[in-house]
Design a protein around this ligand. Structure first.
Ligand code: ACO
Length: 324
């Protein structure tokens, strides 16, 4: 049987970091309000020439270097984004071209903040079925370009960035939770919640891009329950307990949601990877950015059980459990 094993991670952030204090000059807000309500201290904002595709390319190259591979070794690219460079072609195909890959296939996945979990689940299915050998799974966003910079309730929350993971299909004697690779995945969505978090434009409805709209309190109200349900389902599938998880790498939307979810699941605070303080909410990029941080600073080690979860617009939500 085949198993999707992680070979490396990489990331790319825009050059400019924007601390909370700088936003005090943009909308009526304060560093204190933003820190207290969200845990965010700064975010990165893409400048001239920095796009979802350029950040994704940088992240992909860094992940390939970490995996000791060249672009030619990749035959599948799945890029999760809600902020593609163009309506079409897919940003994944544009990254494929920039990397000079002339074989295999590439496509985008759109599940907003759950995008990386959806993309990873999809890549796992292609690898396990033998339809691809090595995959680049990328989360890349430039949310700064779909924000209403006069709306203080949303513009302070998000940031830009990209990160990637390289997976390889490897033969495995067993598919139990002790073997390296993706152990279990679980995806959910419920479109009844679409108006709580959405962008009010699009090619077929308004012929425009639109801006992000969110009922923050409503999202908050559903987040912890949805996250903990899907995490419990994925742990159940794997026959594992929350205590046996070494690292919890949640979508980085809000520190209060992360803390409450970890507490409800019974995961100790020292096992939780937090980057929302320095990145803000980077939507589909937030989980791979956090993963790359924890790999590069030596926290995540070979053999560790790593639990990923996300919840976002749609609503969409999901979880992935893997053995590093
Ligand atoms: N600065 C100062 N005051 C603000 C700001 C701001 N940036 N934004 C809102 N306020 C004010 C409001 O106007 C309100 O004032 P009022 O009481 O005079 O009307 C007050 O702060 C409280 O507003 P609430 O919205 O009730 O604040 P809350 O405690 O709910 O925090 C927040 C808002 C941070 C958005 C919270 O609801 C939240 O985190 N929700 C979840 C959002 C989220 O995680 N979204 C992403 C998940 S999905 C994805 O990642 C795409």
């Amino acid at each position: 049987m085949l198993r999707s094993v992680v070979l490396g991670t990489g990331s790319m952030l825009p050059a400019r970091a924007v601390p909370n204090a700088e936003l005090e000059g943009v909308v009526e807000t304060s560093d204190e309000w933003i820190r207290q309500r969200t845990g965010i201290e700064q975010r990165y904002i893409a400048g001239e020439g920095e796009t979802t595709v350029s950040l994704a390319e940088g992240a992909a190259r860094n992940a390939l270097a970490a995996a000791n591979l060249t672009p030619d070794d990749i035959d599948l690219i799945i890029l999760a984004t809600a902020t593609p460079n163009n309506t079409f072609p897919a940003s994944a195909v544009q990254v494929q071209d920039r990397l000079g890959i002339r074989h295999g296939f590439a496509f985008d996945v759109q599940a907003v903040c759950s995008g990386f979990v959806y993309a990873l689940t999809t890549a796992d299915l292609y690898l396990k079925s033998g339809q691809a050998k090595r995959a680049l799974v990328i989360g890349a966003e430039t949310f700064s370009r779909i924000l209403d910079w006069t709306d203080r309730s949303t513009c302070v929350l998000f940031g830009d960035g990209a990160a990637a993971i390289v997976l390889e299909a490897r033969p495995s004697e067993t598919d139990d939770a002790s073997a390296p690779g993706i152990i279990a995945t679980k995806l959910r969505s419920d479109g009844a919640h679409q108006k709580k978090l959405y962008v009010d434009g699009g090619p077929s409805s308004t012929r425009s891009v639109g801006v992000l709209k969110m009922e923050g309190r409503e999202v908050f109200k559903h987040a912890v329950g949805m996250i903990t349900d899907v995490v419990e389902a994925v742990l159940d599938d794997a026959g594992m307990s929350a205590e046996s998880v070494d690292w919890f790498v949640p979508h980085q939307a809000n520190k209060r949601i992360i803390d409450a979810s970890a507490k409800k699941l019974g995961i100790a605070p020292e096992k939780v990877v937090i980057t929302v303080d320095s990145h803000g909410n980077t939507s589909a990029a937030s989980i791979p950015l956090a993963l790359d941080c924890a790999v590069r600073d030596g926290r995540i080690q070979s053999g560790d059980a790593v639990l990923l979860e996300a919840m976002g617009g749609g609503f969409t939500w999901g979880a992935v459990l893997l053995r590093w």
